[in-house]
Design a protein around this ligand. Sequence first.
Ligand code: ZN
Length: 494
Amino acid sequence: MTAVVFQPAAAAAATAANLPERLAAIVGGANVLTAGPDTARYEADWRGVFPGHCFAVVRPRATDEVSRVVAACAAAGVAVVPQGGNTGLVGGSTPDDSRTEVVLSLERMRAVRRIDALDNAMTLEAGCTVLAAQEAAAEAGRLFPLSLASEGSATIGGVLSTNAGGEQVLRYGNARDLALGLEVVLADGRVLDLLGALRKDNTGYDLKQLFIGAEGTLGIVTAATVKLFQRPRHVVTAWAAVRDPHAAVQLLAQLTEAVGERVTAFELMGEGALGLVLRHAAPGMRPPLGGTHAWSVLFDVSEVCAHLDPTPALEETLAEAMARGLVLDAALATSQRQAQDFWSLRDYLPEAQRREGPSIKHDISVAVSRIPAFVAEADAALQALMPGVRIVCFGHVGDGNLHYNQSMPAGMGKAEFLAREGEVHAIVHDTAARLQGSISAEHGIGRLKQDAFVRYKHPVALEAMARIKRALDPAGTFNPGRLLPRALLERSAR
Ligand code: ZN
């Protein structure tokens, strides 16, 4: 008798070969894309840094379909790359170029399932954009405060999976702080229902937090219950030239003393950053203040009570800060339109950098009080490494988060500049680490920052993460090679 030899590789290949058919049976043929022109927009990140090629794109319409798609992919041993609005900056949501990964797009799951103004809570499907979430909350007379430049495309599932930050973290927290509940599809296809509007629940591990910031490596977020807030009746926007980063931190402290948590955003821009905006800006974009200043801050003070206008307190604080020499000049927006004009300068920064040409980018955080030390130490070390390097520094002072980027010195070639990228990263990340900071404050790790992640994260933390990954995704099919490097998982499995 001839023994039947089971060949796992051949069996897997056979199953993968008919996977598109089985996926089509779940989501309909029109929602399984395999032809190049159809899949292209799912295969590269918007910056074009991580071009890839997938096996197929599948677009389920409901949680039950996600569950069955995941089970089918697991049975075929095929990796799944979950994708929301594809606005990430670290290559976490696009396929590699192996043509073996299935992109699972949540873009058809955009229903608002429930809004309860009394609970200040809203349950949405993962593919709902952040902008649509803001609009749905506004219709119910509430505020969904997550706000970031990509909000028209970024999705609820994406911002939770990456724990996105943005411009109002200072007052409302980042995506993690806004989540009350989650619905997640696990690696074996089962649905973990953690939805609900509870503010208090001390029944064991807070499992939802595991999936927030996990970049799709532990489960696929299919829906979420998020916090809502009262809508502000007054928003006062101000622009101020400050003496230096230390003065910016002092001004924030003084403002907070005067108006408490009404400070909803507090952004810092160095002259290198503002200069780029003005150079590349659309006609009509003008700085609110005359002259050039080394450092500027832009901030919002919001008040929910119609009878309490924070403007007098704000003016008084600015006058005091000017008397102390912290603030050199300041302007309050006198209309909503003018406030938008102030913010458009800030929001144009990433685009201005793109137009300027190659840049080396960082997304670091330190304790707020250490921002001045970080800027001083990193600036000095970079000028020593590369004299004339142009520092493009801006960020969210209230969160201790700086986008501390570099553009080429005048006269240097692109190749010569980019060849020094590793040295520049090392200086910036070493400086952040020395000040007990983080090498990724709000952009995540993805594929872009794995080297720094492994270098700076505590080894025991890395080991704990690898164990959690193996417990929840033992076959390693969810977003493999993102966040946790393959080598780390292999090493910790031995
Ligand atoms: Zn940011």
